[in-house]
Design a protein around this ligand. Structure first.
Ligand code: FES
Length: 68
């Protein structure tokens, strides 16, 4: 999985058809679509992707949290 996981930003409003055929809509002028599947409001991003711990390799300290 790529390290910089985050939403895809789209100009709204949008209509998203899920795998089961359910349709979700968002009327906002800018819409963030979840790519990590951690969102409680999937398919829309709720910033849950930020709660992921960074890997210890690559200069970060083990257990350091992503605070973006
Ligand atoms: S991309 Fe933000 S919660 Fe999944």
């Amino acid at each position: 999985m790529p390290e910089d996981v985050g939403p895809i930003l789209l100009q709204g409003p949008v209509e998203v058809v899920l795998d089961d055929g359910e349709v979700r809509t968002c009327e906002r002028p800018m819409v963030a679509l979840c790519t990590c599947r951690r969102s409680r409001t999937f398919p829309f991003c709720d910033t849950s992707h930020r709660r992921r711990a960074r890997p210890s390799a690559g200069g970060g300290r083990a257990g350091q949290r992503d605070t973006q």
